[in-house]
Design a protein around this ligand. Sequence first.
Ligand SMILES: CC(C)(COP(=O)(O)OP(=O)(O)OC[C@H]1O[C@@H](n2cnc3c(N)ncnc32)[C@H](O)[C@@H]1OP(=O)(O)O)[C@@H](O)C(=O)NCCC(=O)NCCS
Length: 189
Amino acid sequence: MKNFGLVYLTEDASHDAVIELINEEAFGPGRHTRAAARIREQGPHDRSLSYICADNGETIASVRMTPVMAGGVKGHLLGPLAVRPSHKNRGIGRELVRIAIESARRKGSEGVILIGDPPYYMPLGFEKVAYKALDFPGPVDPNRVLVVPLVDGVHERLKGVIAWRDCKAVAAEPSVLEAAQTDKVYASA
Ligand SMILES: CC(C)(COP(=O)(O)OP(=O)(O)OC[C@H]1O[C@@H](n2cnc3c(N)ncnc32)[C@H](O)[C@@H]1OP(=O)(O)O)[C@@H](O)C(=O)NCCC(=O)NCCS
């Protein structure tokens, strides 16, 4: 299937309503009770590292990034990641993850952490966090706690409480998105 009409954009407030609908469709009403959601309730996500994908002007996917302190690591929690059912299996989820990680790396993040399915995320650079090393504000399956280390020594410092971290939003470098869109044009040619 062609991806020519797809564009990846930095999230802004105008996307809030449709992102809520996309997450409702993907995760249902129980999503607010998850441990990751409890961290996200502690403070705002970082819009400069959060992205949407639009298909001919319609927002069809979203990834958000929330600044966290995870033990001794100043990192970011990735999620929710959701793609509308009409647009699944076109590489959009993978591309949003790639863009979010690259943006976080450029912003000086020490690691991108998430709770998710290892078979999906490990080929994208995620590694398992040591069993039960992080204390979440709610139950999690320790086998699903993953990290992309962005500096040396991350695994050694990923021990203790994970919680929202205050950090000032800084605009992501535009080159991350420019690269993404260029890739799409090449992928569709
Ligand atoms: C998971 C999700 C984001 C994937 O987005 P997507 O754009 O369809 O995925 P991509 O096109 O990048 O990748 C598709 C591949 O991932 C695989 N995949 C999708 N979800 C997977 C999962 N949970 N575990 C393992 N593999 C998965 C597909 O089978 C497909 O494999 P293939 O390339 O071998 O055919 C999307 O299905 C979604 O929104 N699901 C509901 C919400 C959700 O589960 N979010 C993730 C929370 S952990």
